[in-house]
Design a protein around this ligand. Structure first.
Ligand code: UD1
Ligand code: CA
Length: 453
């Protein structure tokens, strides 16, 4: 939408969180509450994003140092109307503003699109709920909105109203410039209520449009850690449902966590207690075992990941067997039919088609050729305490158990390395190399015995 500004109210301290961090920095699905709101506003095409901060402003600003934001301080929290007043000096005089709350994280793009596309100069998001206690009620006359009344100022009849104000609005900037300066705090809470501009606008003949959110969770606010945990589960259940609709077999949606985005093929299966973070893709028939943590990684079709494996910025090819207990660190890249077994760690290592490292190995800064087998207990010694060096291993190499490959070092194609070797020099192709002390039997040696007193 053109000429759209977003004003995010984020000055509240969040006392009930009992935290040194401001409330809007508490995480939901792995991201600060405020980040969710900002990302959504940006998806909508908001050109200018104004954030009203108060408590621990430095922490909030630091957390969003990379974003382009108009920061506005509200030193004292005198009410929502006062908060938006603080934004007036930086608010354009034309166009519209979306007014959002930093502690209402799951507001959706679709809902905000509906809200910003009404014909009205003043649109608000309302919903009928079973227990409206504590929230502002929408007062209507002949079907039209005439005011919002806060719980503490409401008459007994008004308290019966089940349509509530979600605190999300899309308003012409001209309206904000015209009316906010006229607010007073003559009410039960002694606050400057943003909601009072509704009546002012209505008195001037402006018609208020109302829109309802697609999902109730979109307007749920977070005030304490119990609400935070509940909203997290609601969101995870929603994400799990979306994935199941796309054909993913999630074995237990109540034990599923996606902290980011997941793109999937057909017949993906995800076992319990898997955590998926950042941007991930799983191809057709990928199976993820219980307890895996997968971050910013791509897993191609047919790959099976056994339980308790950790991925971080890894790219895994088709038909791989990974785990249990494998660790794929940044720039671990595997081609087709690769096997990575238990307690094997890869870092900045490329494994070609059919390569295997099945047990207890560390491969860092290395390339491993096609069909090469890395024996149990093998490591690349890639670090001299200051510099990192590369290990290059050819095709069809057989590295025995417990081998140390001291980088920089190259093993040619079809090399065989004897178990227990420490390889410090390059080995030409087809060679057998053994680099360890010969076994010697010492004759006449007697094991010491304890003397009896
Ligand atoms: C407000 C609405 C109420 C609505 C409810 C929905 C008013 C007067 N009332 O209630 O009709 O049902 O939201 O949740 O607007 N904030 C500031 N500075 C302040 C005060 C608040 O930045 O001085 C921020 C808070 O951090 C929060 C948001 O504004 O993100 C809403 O404030 P909150 O106190 O939760 O809402 P109420 O005023 O109780
Ligand atoms: Ca309040």
């Amino acid at each position: 939408m053109t000429n759209l500004t977003t004003i995010i109210m984020a000055a509240g301290k969040g006392t009930r969180m009992k935290s040194t961090r401001p409330k809007v920095l508490q995480p939901l699905a792995g991201k600060p509450l405020l980040q969710h709101v900002l990302t959504t506003a940006k998806k909508l095409g908001s050109q200018k994003n104004i954030i009203i901060y108060g408590f621990e402003g430095r922490q909030v600003k630091d957390a969003f140092a990379n974003e382009s934001i108009d920061w506005v301080e509200q030193a004292e929290q005198l009410g929502t109307g006062h908060a938006v007043q603080m934004a007036l000096p930086v608010l354009p005089t034309d166009g519209k503003s979306l007014i959002l709350s930093g502690d209402v994280p799951l507001i959706g793009v679709d809902t905000l699109e509906k809200l910003s596309n009404t014909d009205s100069r003043f649109a608000m998001l309302t919903i009928n709920i079973a227990n409206p206690f504590g929230l502002g009620r929408i007062v209507r006359k002949d079907g039209k909105v005439i005011a919002i009344v806060e719980e503490k100022d409401a008459t007994d009849t008004q308290k019966q109203i089940s349509e509530i104000n979600s605190g999300v609005y899309c308003v012409d900037n001209a309206i904000l410039h015209n009316y906010l300066k006229n607010l007073n705090n003559n009410n039960a809470q002694g606050e400057y209520y943003l909601t009072d501009i509704v009546k002012m606008a209505v008195d001037d003949g402006i018609e208020i449009a109302t829109v309802s959110p697609t999902y109730q969770f979109e307007i749920e606010g977070v005030n304490d850690r119990i609400q935070l945990a509940n909203l997290e589960r609601t969101w995870q259940a929603h994400q799990a449902e979306n994935l199941m609709k796309q054909g993913v077999h999630i074995i237990d949606p109540s034990r599923f966590d996606l902290r980011g985005t997941l793109t999937v093929g057909r017949d993906v299966e995800i076992d319990i207690n898997v955590i998926i973070e950042g941007d991930c893709t799983f191809g057709d028939n990928v199976k993820i075992g219980a307890g895996c943590v997968i971050k910013n990684s791509h897993i191609a079709s047919g790959t099976v990941v056994q339980p308790y494996s950790l991925f971080d910025n890894a790219v895994v090819g088709e038909q791989n067997q990974i785990g249990t207990f494998s660790r794929l660190r940044p720039n671990a890249v595997t081609a087709k039919d690769v096997h990575i077994g238990n307690f094997v760690e890869l870092k900045n290592t490329q494994m070609a088609d059919g390569a295997k490292a099945n047990h207890l190995a560390y491969l860092g800064d290395s390339t491993v050729g096609e069909r090469t087998n890395i024996g149990a207990g093998t490591i690349t010694a890639n670090y001299d305490g200051v510099n990192k060096f590369k290990t290059t291993i050819g095709n069809d190499v057989s590295v025995g158990s417990n081998v140390v490959l001291v980088a920089p070092v190259t093993l040619g194609d079809k090399v065989t390395v004897g178990a227990g070797s420490t390889i410090t020099k390059d080995v030409a192709e087809d060679k057998l190399v053994v680099a360890r002390g010969r076994q010697t039997v010492i004759d006449g040696w007697v094991r010491p015995v304890k003397e009896k007193k």
